[in-house]
Design a protein around this ligand. Structure first.
Ligand code: BGC
Length: 757
C-alpha cells in the first residue's frame, strides 16, 4: 500500500518538473493547459488508455466480442491511443469515431511496431547496426516513417536500444548489439530518421525509446525473465543510449516488463520520475509495455490490478498499453485520494503535447491519405534504398584466397540450402506490414546478377522447419530428412563454386524466441559437410537474427558472408556483395561465441584477478574452450586491405578542461575501393571503480580508393573518459589512460596518456 509520504514525494517530483513560468509558455503548453482545464477527470483518464484494435475498421465489428464496446469507448473519449490499427482508411475511420463523437473531439494517436520498415522491409536493426553508419540507419528510419505515416500512423514503438550481450535472447535482433556508445549513436540516428526536424510534417512520426530499462539483461537470455544487474551496470551500460535519445528529443518512452532491483520497471519511481522526467528533463510521455501494469500482480509487486494501476501512475507510467488498469481504477483511486489528480494532469499534458506537436489538433486526418498511401508505400524508390541499406549491413567473416568477389561471367554456380530460394525468411521478425513471401530471394538475386551464359544449379538440400511457420507459433525443426542431399551434391559437382544459404528461420529470433542452442539447426551442417566433399569452393551466406555458434563452419568454409535478415531486397543486395558491385564494409556489433556456453560474451568486460594463463589450472578460463569469441565485436573483412599507420597523440598529458587528438594514417593497400571502420577504445587501468578492459569511445567510417591513404583523427575530451559510479554520479578521474585503435576490438595498437587535474 502506498504511504502518504510517498505521495508527497511524487507530487513534489512532478511539481518540480512542471515549474513553468507563465510568460515562457510555448504555444503547445498554452493550448494544452487550456484544453486540460475543460476536461473532466474521466476525459483525462481516457487519454491515458491505449487499446489494440479488436475489429476490422473497414468492415462491420464482429458480434459477440468486445469490439462493439471498444467503438463506444472511443466515441466517448475513453481511448487516447490505439495500436495495431493500420491503413489510411482504417485509421481515418477510427479517428472519426473519436473526433466526431467525443465531447472535446480530441484525436487519438495511432502507434505500431515499425521496427525495420513498414511494408518495404529493411534489414533487421542488428544488421543495420553492423553498418556502423548513422546516415544509413537514419535513412532506413526515414523511409519507414514515410510509409508508416502514409498508412495513417503517427508513432512507432522504436527504436529498441536495449544493450544485448546474450545471443540466446531472441530480441538481440531488434537492437544495436552489445555496446552502449554505438547503441547511443545509432539510436539517435534512428530517432532523427523517424522524427525528422518537424514532427508536424505528415511524413514524420514520433519515436519511442524502449524498453526502459534493463530488459536486455533477462537472465540466461530467456525473454521476460528476471533481471538482476548492479546499479553500476545500469548506469554505465544500460542507461546511456536512453539518455542520448532523450537529449536528441525522442518523443516517447516505453518501460519494460522486467523487475529491476526488486521493482518492476513499470513501477520504478527512480527510473521514470527521478531520472527520466527529473534529472534528464524528458518532456514526452511514457507508455507501459503490453500489459506490463497488469503483470505486476504476477511479479508479486501488486496485490491486484487496482494496486498495479496505483503503482504505475505514481511511478510515472503515463499511458497504459492493454492492461485496462487505468480505465478501470484511476478514477476510483483519485476519488479515494490515493492518487493525486496532479499526477493525472501531468500525464495528460505530456500526451496532449505530443499530439499537438504531431499536428493532430490542426488536422487529425493529415496522416490518413489514401492517395499518398498508394503512391508511397513499397515504391521502387523505397526498395532501392532498402537494397542500399542491406548492402551496408553485411559483414564478411571469412574470405580465404580471395574467393569473393565472384565474376558475373562465371560458367556455373550451385545455389544450395534451405534458405537459398526462400522469399519470406529474409523479411525477418517484427516485419510490420511486409507481404508474406515478398523478399527477393538469394537465388533470384543471383539470377539477375550473373551473365546470361552462367548456369545456375539450384537445390534446396534440406528443410529447416516443419509445419506452418507463423508469427504466433513455435517452430518445429526438421531433424532427420536427408532425402534432398543427393540432388544438392549433384548440383555442387556440376558447378565451379557453391553458394550455400544457411542459418535460421526468421521466427527463431524476435520477441518470445529465445534459444538454448544457437548452432545451425536441422541437417544444415551435415549438408555443408556433404557438399564440401565434392566441391571445396563453398561460399556460405548466413541469414540469422542473432550470433550463431559456428566454429566448424568457420574452420571449414573458405568464405562466409553474414547477411542477417536483409529485408525486401535481401537477394539483390547479397548479390551486389557476392559479385563485387559493393565491397562489404560491415563490422559485428555483437560478439559471436564459439559455443552457447560462453554466453553472455562481450568485449567490454571487466578484468578478472586472474586473466592470463598460469602454470596451473587456477586462472579465469574454460577447460574446454578458449575465452575469446569466434568473431569479436567490431570484426569484419573487406575485399581490399587496409594498412594502419602508427597512432600518435598531440600530448602525453592533458588537463580536465582540455582535449587530446589521436591521429593515424589509413591506406587502402588492396585492389578494390572500400570503406573501413576505424575504432577507438579506451581503458582506465586504475580507477576508483574497476573499469572494463576496453570501451568504444569513437569510430569513423573511411572511404578509400585503391592506393589512396587518409589521415584519420579523433578528438577525445575529458568527458569521454568519464563513467558513472554505482550511485549514478559521473566521475572523471585523473591518471593514466590507454587508447586502443584498430580494425576491431581485438586487433588494436596502443598509446597512453595521462589526465591531470
Ligand atoms: C513488446 C514491445 C511492443 C509491444 C507492442 C510488447 O510485447 O515488448 O516492444 O512494442 O508489445 O506490440
Amino acid at each position: 500500500m502506498i504511504k502518504k509520504l510517498n505521495l508527497v514525494i511524487i507530487s513534489l517530483l512532478i511539481l518540480s518538473s512542471c515549474n513553468i513560468d507563465k510568460n515562457t509558455l510555448s504555444k503547445e503548453d498554452e493550448f494544452v493547459s487550456e484544453l486540460l482545464e475543460k476536461m473532466t477527470l474521466s476525459e483525462k483518464i481516457g487519454q491515458l488508455n491505449q487499446h489494440t484494435s479488436r475489429w476490422e475498421m473497414t468492415g462491420p465489428a464482429p458480434k459477440n466480442d468486445k469490439s462493439q464496446d471498444q467503438l463506444e469507448l472511443i466515441k466517448n473519449g475513453d481511448v487516447g491511443s490505439m495500436l495495431n490499427v493500420t491503413g489510411a482508411d482504417a485509421t481515418r475511420k477510427a479517428q472519426q469515431l473519436a473526433v466526431e463523437n467525443s465531447r472535446l473531439g480530441i484525436p487519438m494517436i495511432f502507434g505500431y511496431d515499425v521496427i525495420h520498415g513498414y511494408q518495404t522491409m529493411f534489414p533487421i536493426p542488428l544488421a543495420e547496426a553492423s553498418s556502423w553508419d548513422p546516415e544509413i540507419v537514419k535513412l532506413s528510419a526515414q523511409v519507414a516513417a514515410k510509409e508508416a505515416s502514409a498508412a495513417g500512423l503517427q508513432w512507432t514503438f522504436a527504436p529498441m536500444m536495449d544493450v544485448g550481450r546474450d545471443a540466446r535472447w531472441g530480441r538481440v535482433m531488434e537492437g544495436c548489439g552489445e555496446d552502449p556508445y554505438l547503441a547511443s549513436v545509432l539510436s539517435v540516428a534512428r530517432v532523427k530518421g523517424f522524427q525528422g526536424d518537424n514532427l508536424s510534417k505528415n511524413n514524420t512520426i514520433a519515436a519511442c525509446a524502449k524498453h526502459f530499462a534493463g530488459y536486455g539483461f533477462s537472465e540466461s537470455g530467456r525473454d521476460y525473465n528476471t533481471v538482476d544487474i548492479s546499479t553500476y551496470t545500469l548506469h554505465n551500460i544500460v542507461l546511456p543510449p536512453f539518455k542520448a535519445v532523450t537529449e536528441a528529443g525522442v518523443s516517447t518512452f516505453m518501460n519494460s516488463f522486467n523487475i529491476i532491483n526488486g521493482t518492476p520497471a513499470t513501477a520504478s519511481i527512480y527510473l521514470q520520475r527521478s531520472l527520466l522526467k527529473g534529472l534528464w528533463n524528458f518532456e514526452g510521455f511514457v507508455l507501459s509495455d503490453w500489459a506490463s501494469i497488469e503483470e505486476m500482480t504476477t511479479h508479486g509487486a501488486a496485490e491486484d490490478l487496482k494496486e498495479a494501476a496505483l503503482l504505475a501512475i505514481n511511478a510515472g507510467s503515463d499511458m497504459d498499453m492493454e492492461s485496462h488498469a487505468y480505465s478501470k481504477y484511476l478514477k476510483e483511486l483519485v476519488e479515494e485520494e490515493k492518487v493525486d489528480e496532479k499526477l493525472i494532469d501531468d500525464a495528460v499534458k505530456r500526451i496532449l503535447k505530443i499530439k499537438y506537436k504531431l499536428g493532430l489538433f490542426e488536422d487529425p486526418y493529415q496522416y490518413s491519405n489514401i492517395e499518398r498511401e498508394k503512391k508511397e508505400i513499397y515504391s521502387k524508390e523505397n526498395r532501392d534504398i532498402a537494397r542500399k541499406v542491406a548492402r551496408h549491413s553485411m559483414v564478411l567473416l571469412k574470405n580465404e584466397k580471395q574467393l569473393l568477389p565472384l565474376s558475373k561471367q562465371i560458367k556455373s554456380i550451385a545455389v544450395i540450402g534451405p534458405l537459398a530460394a526462400n522469399k519470406d525468411i529474409p523479411l525477418g521478425s517484427w516485419r510490420a506490414k511486409a507481404i508474406k513471401n515478398s523478399a527477393v530471394s538469394l537465388l533470384e538475386g543471383i539470377q539477375s546478377a550473373v551473365s546470361a551464359k552462367t548456369k545456375i544449379n539450384y537445390s534446396k538440400g534440406c528443410n529447416l522447419t516443419i509445419g506452418d511457420r507463423s508469427f504466433l507459433q513455435e517452430l518445429s525443426f526438421e531433424e532427420n530428412d536427408k532425402s534432398g542431399f543427393p540432388d544438392a551434391i549433384k548440383a555442387a559437382q556440376n558447378s565451379e563454386v557453391v553458394i550455400m544459404a544457411l542459418g535460421e528461420d526468421c521466427w527463431q529470433s524476435g520477441e518470445g524466441r529465445s534459444q538454448t542452442d544457437i548452432r545451425l539447426k536441422g541437417q544444415q551442417l551435415d549438408l555443408f559437410n556433404a557438399i564440401k566433399k565434392v566441391n571445396k569452393n563453398i561460399i556460405v551466406v548466413l541469414m540469422n537474427g542473432r550470433p550463431l555458434a559456428i566454429p566448424e563452419l568457420s574452420e571449414k568454409a573458405p568464405a562466409i558472408l553474414e547477411t542477417w535478415f536483409g529485408g525486401s531486397e535481401a537477394g539483390n543486395a547479397i548479390a551486389d556483395v557476392l559479385f563485387g558491385d559493393y565491397n562489404p564494409s560491415g563490422k559485428l556489433t555483437i560478439s559471436f561465441p564459439r559455443s552457447v556456453g560462453q554466453c553472455p560474451i562481450y568485449y567490454n568486460h571487466m578484468n578478472t584477478g586472474r586473466p592470463t594463463s598460469t602454470n596451473n589450472v587456477f586462472w579465469s578460463h574454460y577447460t574446454d574452450s578458449p575465452n575469446t569469441p569466434l568473431y569479436p565485436f567490431g570484426y569484419g573483412l573487406s575485399y581490399t586491405s587496409f594498412t594502419y599507420g602508427q597512432a600518435t597523440i598531440n600530448s602525453d598529458e592533458i588537463k580536465k578542461n582540455e582535449s587530446i587528438q589521436v591521429k593515424l594514417s589509413l591506406a587502402n593497400t588492396g585492389n578494390f575501393k572500400g570503406e573501413e571502420v576505424v575504432q577507438l577504445y579506451i581503458q582506465d587501468p586504475k580507477a576508483t571503480y574497476a573499469r572494463p578492459v576496453k570501451e568504444l569511445k569513437k569510430f569513423k567510417k573511411i572511404k578509400l580508393e585503391p592506393g589512396e591513404s587518409k589521415e584519420v583523427s579523433f578528438i577525445l575530451e575529458a568527458k569521454d573518459l568519464g563513467y558513472y559510479s554505482p550511485e549514478g554520479e559521473f566521475l572523471i578521474e585523473s591518471g593514466v589512460y590507454h587508447i586502443y585503435i584498430g580494425e576491431n576490438s581485438q586487433e588494436v595498437q596502443q598509446v597512453n596518456f595521462t589526465l591531470i587535474d
